[in-house]
Design a protein around this ligand. Structure first.
Ligand code: HEM
Length: 116
């Protein structure tokens, strides 16, 4: 089961790359918005994160989670997902939405890595 868990962790990193990559690639664009990479990256983070928590809590892998940290990450990613869904419905420029999604996503990386 640990192999499957590690595969989901890899998908979690691909979702992260898509979300933050979709943000960074637009930095010098005059019309910034929520692109498909950001939208699908947000959904990937939400789904893979929940699967990882489910696998640990279900005893599939021998690990212990900091549930306060996970809850903060979950709230942030839910906000990011709502912003991404909102942004996908509108034509660019959506600079504020783009910036908020990027800042919150990068904040989640800091939380994931620095909060033990
Ligand atoms: C934008 C959203 C997210 C980002 C950028 C993100 C980033 C990361 C990163 C960088 C790691 C590796 C940390 C390490 O090994 O030191 C990680 C691990 C993990 N993430 Fe996320 N994550 C996000 C959302 C979520 C969500 C919503 C959940 C669950 C509801 C979640 C659950 C987990 C779990 C269980 C792990 C592995 C255990 C741990 O190190 O805490 N993540 N995430």
């Amino acid at each position: 089961m640990e192999f499957v868990y590690n595969l989901i962790v890899i998908l979690h990193f691909i979702g992260l790359a898509s979300l933050v990559g979709g943000f960074i690639v637009q930095i010098s664009n005059s019309e910034k918005g929520v692109n498909a990479a950001m939208f699908h990256g947000a959904l990937t983070q939400l789904v893979t994160g929940l699967i990882l928590v489910g696998m640990v809590e279900g005893g599939a892998v021998d690990d212990e989670l900091n549930m306060t940290k996970i809850s903060v990450k979950l709230v942030i990613v839910l906000v990011v997902t709502v912003l991404a869904v909102t942004g996908r419905k509108k034509a660019p420029p959506q600079t504020a939405l783009w910036g908020a999604i990027g800042a919150l996503s990068i904040a989640n990386i800091f939380i994931a890595v620095l909060w033990s």
